[in-house]
Design a protein around this ligand. Structure first.
Ligand SMILES: NC(=O)C1=CN([C@@H]2O[C@H](COP(=O)(O)OP(=O)(O)OC[C@H]3O[C@@H](n4cnc5c(N)ncnc54)[C@H](O)[C@@H]3O)[C@@H](O)[C@H]2O)C=CC1
Ligand SMILES: O=C(O)[C@@H]1CCC=N1
Length: 271
């Protein structure tokens, strides 16, 4: 059953806030008039107002008075300064949801107050097309209703799972940053198609559908990726010739190293 969300406030109206806003409105969970964004950039405020019809402000007090659920969507490096403006206006009625990479519940409680109901979340940009992947961890003040609110919010724009906070840096390195790795791979495959002689628009169409179709196949069959790979790989055929080159280039080690580096960077941002 779908639950509804009271007025939802965003602190920061950048890329990730926009992905969430577009996804949440498209999902029907709430309407644009019930979303307010605090954002200092006039350019961003105009863009969000014109494109989605959300209410925009530059004032912390206005956002806190209007919204009981607040999503912190600012850069971690700015958070201490920005959240000092918000602390005086936060009450026991607020639920604060942080999507900032690396910033721990402990650090957030230090900035916002020990009694605040806080949920640390790591979403990703495919939320914009209702295909996001999100994991979240609540602090010990959070109620069952708060959990349902966060779950409804992020399930409306994709899949959502609760994890222990100790796993959230790894989530950040994997699915939070993951679209960046996948788009790099997509770009490389398109270039490969062009190198092999295909017109770029044809290569783009074929690669995007191949990546989309492969993910859909894995999701819908539930088959292990190794089994699905086996079904593409004819003995002495073309696919195994290509895979040999990927293995020569240590693709698996490179990908695992990228996720390890991003996880470590998330820990550094929180330190
Ligand atoms: N972009 C992504 O794929 C993901 C980002 N995140 C997290 O989301 C957060 C935002 O990231 P992006 O949207 O990519 O960054 P962004 O730079 O696009 O957005 C940040 C926004 O905060 C605004 N801002 C600056 N000072 C402010 C203030 N005093 N009050 C309110 N807003 C202020 C900026 O003008 C900007 O529009 C970061 O903490 C990041 O770790 C989490 C998951 C994925
Ligand atoms: O690159 C970043 O720091 C953010 C967090 C996860 C995805 N983008």
């Amino acid at each position: 059953m779908r639950s509804s969300i009271d007025t939802l406030g965003f602190v920061g109206g950048g890329q990730m806030a926009e992905a969430m806003i577009r996804g949440i409105v498209a999902s029907g969970l709430t309407t644009a008039e019930k979303i307010m964004v605090a954002e200092p950039s006039v350019f961003r405020r105009d863009a969000l107002l014109n494109q989605y019809g959300v209410v925009c402000t530059s004032e912390a007090e206005m956002l806190c008075h209007s919204c009981k659920v607040l999503v912190l969507a600012i850069k971690p490096q700015l958070a201490a300064t920005v959240l000092a403006e918000y602390r005086p206006f936060l009450t026991s009625e607020h639920l604060v949801i942080s999507i900032m990479a690396g910033v721990t519940l402990h650090t957030l409680a230090g900035w916002l107050g020990d009694t605040i109901r806080l949920i640390r979340v790591m979403p990703n940009t495919p939320a914009l097309v209702l295909a996001g992947a999100t994991a979240f961890s609540p602090n010990h003040h959070v109620t069952d209703q708060d959990r349902k609110t966060a779950s409804a919010l992020f399930s409306a724009v994709g899949s959502c799972v609760e994890v222990p906070e100790s796993q959230l840096d790894a989530v950040t390195g994997l699915s939070g940053s993951g679209p960046g790795y996948v788009f790099t791979f997509i770009e490389a495959m398109i270039d490969g198609g062009v190198l092999a002689g295909l017109p770029r628009p044809v290569a783009e169409q074929l690669v995007l559908q191949t990546v989309y179709g492969s993910a859909k196949l894995a999701l819908e069959t539930g088959d292990h990726p190794a089994v699905l790979k086996g079904k593409v790989t004819s003995p002495g055929g073309t696919t195994i010739a290509g895979i040999q080159v990927l293995e020569d280039g240590a693709l698996r080690g490179v990908v695992m190293g990228a996720i390890e580096a991003a996880t470590e960077r998330s820990r550094e941002l929180g330190a």
